[in-house]
Write a protein that binds this ligand. Structure first.
Ligand SMILES: [Zn+2]
Length: 130
C-alpha cells in the first residue's frame, strides 16, 4: 500500500514546483510591498489625500504574503515527510493508532493535493470539529 520510490520522486518534484512557484510570487509581492513603502515615503508630501487607500493596499498585500508563508510551511512539511518516509500517511489516522496499512491517503487525493496531511474522512472530521 505504500508509495513506490518513483512515485515519491514524482510527488517531491510536484511539491518543489509548487514551492518554487509560490516562493517566486512571495518574493515578487515582498518587492512590490517594499517599493510601495518607499514610494509612499517620497510621495507622502504630495499625495496626502491618497494615503488611506495606500495603507489599505499595503495591508492587503502583506496579508497575502502571510498566507503564502503558511502554504509554504505545508509544502516543506510534505517534502520533509517524503524524506522521513512518512509521506502519504494520514496524520490523524496514525495518531488514532489505526493499523499502518490503513493509514495511507488515496493516491488520487495526493495527486490533487500533494501536501494533504489527512485522508478525506479525517479532514471532514476535522472540519466538523473546528
Ligand atoms: Zn485519516
Amino acid at each position: 500500500m505504500g508509495l513506490k520510490t518513483e512515485e515519491l520522486n514524482e510527488f517531491r518534484a510536484m511539491l518543489r514546483m509548487i514551492q518554487a512557484r509560490v516562493r517566486g510570487d512571495v518574493e515578487q509581492l515582498e518587492e512590490e510591498v517594499f517599493s510601495a513603502n518607499s514610494n509612499a515615503d517620497h510621495a507622502s508630501s504630495n499625495h496626502i489625500g491618497d494615503m488611506g487607500s495606500d495603507a489599505w493596499d499595503l495591508d492587503f498585500s502583506l496579508r497575502i504574503v502571510e498566507n503564502d508563508q503558511e502554504f509554504l510551511k505545508e509544502i516543506s512539511a510534505a517534502i520533509g515527510k517524503i524524506d522521513a518516509g512518512t509521506f502519504g500517511k494520514c496524520e490523524m489516522c496514525v495518531e488514532a493508532g489505526i493499523p499502518d496499512a490503513k493509514t495511507w491517503i488515496p493516491k488520487a487525493r495526493l495527486r490533487a493535493i500533494p501536501y494533504a496531511r489527512n485522508c478525506v474522512k479525517c479532514e471532514q472530521k476535522r472540519e466538523e470539529n473546528s
